[in-house]
Design a protein around this ligand. Sequence first.
Ligand SMILES: [Cu+2]
Length: 471
Amino acid sequence: MTWRVRDLVLVAPLFACGLTGPSSSQDEVREIPLAVDVDPDSATVAIELRAEWTDREIVEGRSTPALTYRDVAAVSDDQPPLPGPLVEVEVGQTLDVWLTNGLPDRETTLHFHGMRTPDVLDGNPLVRPGIDPGRTVLHRFVVQDPGLYWFHPHMFADEHVELGLQGLVVVRARNEPRASRERIFVLDDVDLLPDGSMNVEPSHEDHHLGRHGPTVVVNGRAGGRIRAVAGATERWRFVNTANGRHFALAMAGHRFDVIGFDGPPLDEVASMDVVELAPGERRDLLVHFDGAAGTLIQLETLDVSQGDHSGDWERTALLTVELVPGDPGEPVEARDFLRPVERMSTADVATRQVVLEAELHDGDMPVMRINGAVWPFGEPMEARFGETEVWEIQNASELRHPFHVHGTFFQVIDRDGVAETLVAWRDTMPIGPRETVRIALRYDAPGRWMFHCQIPEHAHMGMMADFIVRE
Ligand SMILES: [Cu+2]
């Protein structure tokens, strides 16, 4: 039976996510460990990863079986990181990622979310088959764009991303300024069972909202504290790696000076009280702490209920910032990080229609489609290398979908006809229920590319498609 809107309203309480706050633990928020570069040549960064099972302490005192990308060259005897590791690389360098599939029973692929790689390295199993258990594959490409990116499998992503296969790549521009303190925060949530294990059996709500749970984690741990020097300006980057949860970041008495979205920096500062992040999205920002030493400040995610059926994500504390005395370092200005952004011209370009559909079934798995087809059964769209097009993406469903395009960046033109004033390079953006969004994108690389809902459950239920860029 297909769900009608009336049914959805009746079952709306099902979507309420009963959240608890973070644990009372006031451990330091973990920093994502840097990946070890095993290539002495300064033109290349080479890392060796092994996707495997591990045990993590997400909540203090409880051991949670999880997946990780273990940094094979790391000498630390610590438990492998979750998420991580963090690869640091500069524009123009070659990145070599050797991935061994250490999973006992599943193929895997690597997708470098947001990075412009050759399509054969993009993680699409239709372009290059998955890596069998026990095998190692080299992913080599020249890094093109500054920004924070993340990598994850594009097979079994609904389970494996939830279980922790999430790594980070920070790409710096040459001569990029440095703030005295830079931090990366990976935002996620999990559903922990009483025995400490992660529940990855999808519930009815998980099919609609993505696997989610009441335990919100920052850099793999629930709760925590950071210390910031009073008077300092810090650079923070966020990535939302959750399958389904939306975040709305706020910090009482503080504004965020956003200097970048997913890709290269903005050309003007976007000062915001609340920074929203749909699954897959990133933000790059500066935050200034002008309080006195001893001040405690909560970073929290606000209530993201929007009266629709996309989930009631309740207000939750993420971490505590404790201001401490010390040297705030050289002052940095947000404008130092800005760079010119080309305004994509859409005069005289073709418009392509993209329709997202979700057929919701009572008690059964939904069916989701793009332009009438369930991936991989649709005909790929055809495009010409170097051409710019407008995509008019119509969300014909009652659910919110974070929309992700591989192989290129795009700019949002308008939402339901209302022009977007902020010009940013993006690879992911949320589309609300029944909303239509127009984007401009250029086919930057020949090959076969995917585009899909970033909620991996939705992608697996069919909301994914390919386009082929021909020279
Ligand atoms: Cu979706």
